[in-house]
Design a protein around this ligand. Structure first.
Ligand SMILES: Nc1nc2c(c(=O)[nH]1)N[C@H]1C(S)=C(S)[C@@H](COP(=O)(O)OP(=O)(O)OC[C@H]3O[C@@H](n4cnc5c(=O)[nH]c(N)nc54)[C@H](O)[C@@H]3O)O[C@H]1N2
Ligand SMILES: Nc1nc2c(c(=O)[nH]1)N[C@H]1C(S)=C(S)[C@@H](COP(=O)(O)OP(=O)(O)OC[C@H]3O[C@@H](n4cnc5c(=O)[nH]c(N)nc54)[C@H](O)[C@@H]3O)O[C@H]1N2
Ligand SMILES: [Mo]
Length: 759
């Protein structure tokens, strides 16, 4: 981004790279820095401050009291010491999942963990919310996680692919960000695809922004939510019926197909997974599934898959079945054929450059103690509810730690976790909750101690663009001074390290200032770049120039084809799987004996879906938002572009609206046994009847006088907190049912973005 200031205040911001597709998320730095919802100084919950060893009051309902930095850090230090000495390192949860802000130095959770490693260890986390199911199953199937790996290059796709299927993917939205900075290339490639005349298909219960972007060039197919495995089985069965499955590829490059085929044809369970069988479940016509089978078989087909469909109960089955279908088509490892699980994320497929890649801050100090235990990231509430409790994860038998102290830095767990009301109940259990935040998020409002953090615009950092492409190196020079009493997380944890032990600051910082660290990371980049012929200017000159460095193209990487070597010669280029080949039936998974993750991909009926909905219940879709990064920027002026009647929008089909007497622009109440939210109705033909969409990431704003209704449409108030399966224990935010009605209650004022009451 380029940020314009008057020296003290941010005036405007925009993307720094040329693009035909401006990114809204880059336009509101001014709102970020100057927001009324910034945490201005350290704050402590009143009932906690009164008796920190035995806190009074209820988290989330108490007033806050302003304290000095010195008092806040002294309080944290004393309580941290007490809890660690009494209950041990596993009682301290510093897993702190979240997207923080970009940069190789100011990595909030990493810095927290670095401090905790100095103090003697902590409980960390396993996996992530993004791909909890897919990243667990893919190593068994193809030997790597696939979701965070470079894709067959876009130039090859544009040259060779005939049919592109976007399966549960909405790249127009999701390419606006990357874990690093976005290289802004992906949408350009999708634009080229739109104009290419190739056959494009989007399989999504919602008519996404991407469907609109493709316009007349695309066919939109809307199955019932959560039924993709059945749909793929119907296509797979049609391939077998017609002898279109590639037996040569299956026998040469896969194992366990025969056992799966017995399930597919009904030999094992008496049910043939025909197109008709699948059509009944997924709600598309059998003829359409047969047409897709013929189309995929006859053409070079790339199945580009997003991740929304695996953020569900039995989410592991989705990508396993997708890979199985691709294997049956026999095109994996060809230029332009097969499957790709990351074209919609971080501009996957934009060829990797020859690059000087930055090093970054590490989460442990020399001779420190890393995580002594880890919990699957989305099982945090179960862990709080059930200390010592038994659980299974990815072939292991484990027990939850007894968590007494929770510290979140750089994550918004009150928006990202499922079943908010259950979370709030469990959240009362720890003895101490500390939140490091730039903003008064719902998590901050439910903390004991809140520490104000700087935003990226108030400190110095560095980043690359493109998680896979490494296309640019970017200086992130401080643009304005920190607001009020905000401090860098780096500085806070350095200070706490010194309180922990004499010389702790030195151990934490390794005697380096922020700029010293950046120079170190830059120098390592230079060493990494040298063998590829990339040389960097001296750091001082680069920093002074404040300009983006573009890395040179690599002709070789432009020709990159995922699985090409394996396809050509599986004996000499085996995959890191149990058989060295693509695994369609897994002995290892069979040995775990998990009912929710069988030995080959299977259609399993979720607890909550179309097929078991009660009268008038609808399926809840919580896709990722166009104008936020999750919860980030919800307070910004971008909200005015999407809010409806001042509320978070809910999209529902015209038929569903009519049946409930709801018209466009109405405030509606959405509820189930887990909670209720207010939202503003967008009545549309662009969603499958029976499905409603509230994008994830609106800040919880529960009105305690009105039965806890969330005034800001936080979708996780409605979602179910259950694991994808015992294999991945991923989040299942997209498996839920709820009712909708026109809201008739008293008008409720939005308070999501107001700082809490304080004295
Ligand atoms: N129902 C449902 N739930 C979902 C999803 C879904 O699809 N459906 N998606 C899931 C997914 S994939 C994800 S990744 C998660 C996202 O969940 P998160 O990654 O937790 O979401 P963010 O809103 O990005 O939260 C980052 C927080 O860090 C703060 N922050 C930013 N910079 C700094 C900093 O420098 N220091 C400190 N201390 N704080 C900082 C921001 O203010 C913000 O509150 O949500 C998950 N939840
Ligand atoms: N602008 C923006 N970009 C982002 C993010 C953001 O918050 N905002 N978040 C980033 C992060 S952390 C992640 S993990 C990625 C997430 O990337 P994804 O997980 O791919 O994004 P989602 O929007 O959750 O889901 C993609 C599509 O899947 C569809 N879908 C949901 N359920 C089903 C189903 O059962 N079947 C089918 N066929 N389709 C279904 C949704 O309607 C949606 O259009 O995006 C990243 N990019
Ligand atoms: Mo994510």
């Amino acid at each position: 981004m380029l940020v314009e200031t008057d020296g003290e205040n941010v005036l405007s911001s925009r993307g720094a790279l040329p693009t035909q597709h401006p990114n809204s998320l880059q336009t509101v730095v001014r709102d970020q820095v100057h927001s009324k919802t910034r945490v201005r100084w350290p704050m402590v919950r009143k009932g906690f401050l009164a008796s920190p060893d035995n806190p009074q009051g209820t988290r989330g309902q108490d007033e806050f009291v302003r304290v000095s930095w010195d008092d806040a850090l002294a309080l944290i230090h004393t309580q941290h010491k007490r809890i660690r000495e009494t209950h041990g390192p596993a009682s301290i949860f510093a897993g702190s999942y979240g997207w923080r802000s970009n940069g190789v130095l100011h990595k909030a959770a990493t810095l927290l963990q670095r401090y905790m490693s100095l103090a003697g260890g902590y409980t960390g986390h396993l996996g992530d919310y993004s791909t909890g199911a897919a990243q667990a199953i893919m190593p068994y199937v193809v030997g790597g996680n696939e979701v965070y790996q470079q894709q067959t290059s876009w130039p090859l796709v544009l040259e060779h692919t005939d049919v592109v299927v976007l399966w549960s993917a909405n790249p127009l939205n999701t390419l606006k960000i990357a874990w690093n900075a976005s290289d802004e290339q992906g949408i350009g490639y999708f634009d080229a695809l739109r104009k290419s005349g190739k056959r494009l298909i989007c399989i999504d219960p919602m008519r996404s922004e991407t469907v609109d972007f493709f316009g007349d060039s695309v066919e939109w197919l809307a199955p019932h939510m959560g039924t993709d495995v059945a749909m793929m089985l119907g296509i797979a069965h049609t391939l077998v019926e017609n002898g279109w499955h590639d037996e040569e590829f299956l026998s040469r490059c896969t194992t366990g197909y025969d056992h799966f085929a017995d399930y597919l044809t009904g030999k094992t369970d008496g049910i043939a997974k025909t197109a008709e069988w699948a059509a009944d479940i997924c709600g598309l016509e059998a003829a359409k599934l047969r047409e897709l089978a013929a189309l995929f078989h006859a053409n070079t087909t790339m199945l580009m898959s997003g991740w929304g469909m695996q953020r569900q109960q039995f989410g592991e089955q989705k990508h396993w079945m997708l890979v199985t279908l691709a294997a049956m088509l026999g095109q994996i490892g060809t230029p332009g054929g097969g499957f790709g699980l990351s074209y919609h994320f971080a501009n996957g497929g934009n060829p990797t450059r020859r690059a000087a890649v930055l090093a970054s801050m590490q989460g442990s100090v020399k001779d420190g103690t890393d995580a002594v235990d880890k919990i699957p990231v989305a099982r945090i509430v179960e862990a709080l509810e059930n200390p010592g409790g038994f659980y299974q994860h990815n072939g292991q038998d484990r027990h939850f730690p007894d968590i007494r102290f929770v510290w979140w830095a750089g994550g918004a767990n009150f928006t990202h976790h499922q079943d908010t009301n259950r979370l709030i109940r469990a959240w009362q259990k720890p003895e101490l909750v500390v939140i490091s935040e730039c903003f008064w998020t719902a998590a901050a409002k439910h903390a004991d101690i809140v520490l104000p953090a700087t935003t990226s615009f108030e400190r110095n950092d560095l980043t690359m663009t493109g998680d896979y492409s490494n296309q640019h190196m970017v200086p992130m020079k401080r643009v304005v001074a920190p607001r009020d009493e905000a401090r860098d997380d780096f500085e806070v944890f350095a200070e706490l390290s010194e309180r922990w032990e004499a010389g702790g600051r030195e151990r934490f910082t390794e005697g380096k200032s922020d700029l010293d660290w950046l120079e170190t990371f830059y120098q390592i980049a230079g060493e990494r770049g040298a063998p590829q012929g990339v040389t960097l200017p001296p750091f001082a000159r680069f920093w002074e120039a404040n300009e983006i460095i573009e890395m040179p193209e690599s002709e070789q990487n432009v020709q990159f084809v995922r699985f090409a070597d394996f396809r050509r010669d599986p004996q000499n280029h085996p995959l890191k799987t149990e058989s060295g080949k693509i695994v369609i039936t897994s002995q290892r998974i069979a040995s775990f004996n998990y009912a929710d993750c069988p030995p080959h991909p299977m259609w399993l009926e979720p607890d909550e879906w179309h097929g078991n909905a009660q009268p008038k219940q609808l399926q809840v879709l919580s896709a990722h938002p166009a104008h936020r990064l999750h919860s980030q920027l919800n307070y910004s002026s971008l909200r005015e572009t999407y809010a409806v009647a001042g509320r978070e929008p809910i999209t529902l089909h015209a038929e569903d609206a009519k049946a409930r007497g709801i018209v466009d622009g109405d405030v509606v109440r959405v509820w189930n046994a887990r909670g209720q939210v207010l939202a503003g109705a967008v009545v549309s033909e662009g969603i499958k009847p029976g499905v409603i969409c509230i994008h994830q990431g609106a800040w919880p704003d529960l009105d305690l006088t009105e039965g806890g209704i969330c005034k800001n449409g936080a979708v996780n108030v409605l979602t179910k907190d259950l694991p994808s399966s015992k294999l991945g224990n991923g989040c299942a935010g997209n498996t839920a049912l709820a009712w909708v009605e026109k809201y008739q209650g008293p008008e409720l004022t939005l308070t999501a973005f107001d700082p809490p009451a304080s004295s």
